[in-house]
Design a protein around this ligand. Sequence first.
Ligand SMILES: *[C@@H]1O[C@H](CO)[C@@H](O)[C@H](O)[C@H]1NC(C)=O
Ligand SMILES: *[C@@H]1O[C@H](CO)[C@@H](O)[C@H](O)[C@H]1NC(C)=O
Ligand SMILES: *[C@@H]1O[C@H](CO)[C@@H](O)[C@H](O)[C@H]1NC(C)=O
Length: 176
Amino acid sequence: MLFIFLASFLGLSSSFAAAANSNFLTATAIVTDKSNNSAFECWEFTTPFSVSTDAGTTGAATLPFNTSEIVYTVIPPRFNGGTHKAPKLQLVAFLTGLAHVTLPTNSSSEAWILGGSATSLIVAADTTGGGHITTYPSDETTLSLQIPLDGDTPLPYNVISNEACHQTTQIVGGSS
Ligand SMILES: *[C@@H]1O[C@H](CO)[C@@H](O)[C@H](O)[C@H]1NC(C)=O
Ligand SMILES: *[C@@H]1O[C@H](CO)[C@@H](O)[C@H](O)[C@H]1NC(C)=O
Ligand SMILES: *[C@@H]1O[C@H](CO)[C@@H](O)[C@H](O)[C@H]1NC(C)=O
């Protein structure tokens, strides 16, 4: 079993570590709604960041997820992934490039994910239903890591909106 620690993706500063226990990860999630259509939600995981004691990241904020495999994917420029469901409940971390996610049944909703940015981690959770459309419209190769979650369950979360997250960071202060 692999444990992945998101701090390295998210570029947290050391000053952040002291506040780790009151900060939470948010992520745009693609879910299946009551009508069996794919829809966006903005999730805030209810497990706070903890402080790493691992060599090399001591003091950094970390949030572990369990996975047994990570798939590194190389997507060509200007690629159309078509309409598809999430093959598994998984995190997807975009390292480079640009992904544009749209919904076949809701043209007023979309998500843009810029690879390598502070908001480049999403949750693909629409494993049933009509699915979503992902295109990669930039001239760059999009590199991504697909990270299925063990047990087919995410960490506990709250839905903070019924659309893609719009923050400029995925790390937010919480009240607890
Ligand atoms: C990861 O797996 C371990 C061992 O099964 C479990 O104790 C732990 O709660 C899991 N952590 C998460 C974040 O799911
Ligand atoms: C939801 O969509 C799937 C196709 O992905 C279909 O097999 C299933 O029967 C649908 N469920 C409902 C409740 O409409
Ligand atoms: C379409 O998406 C918008 C924006 O996310 C949302 O407010 C609206 O409820 C959605 N419509 C349906 C029918 O789900």
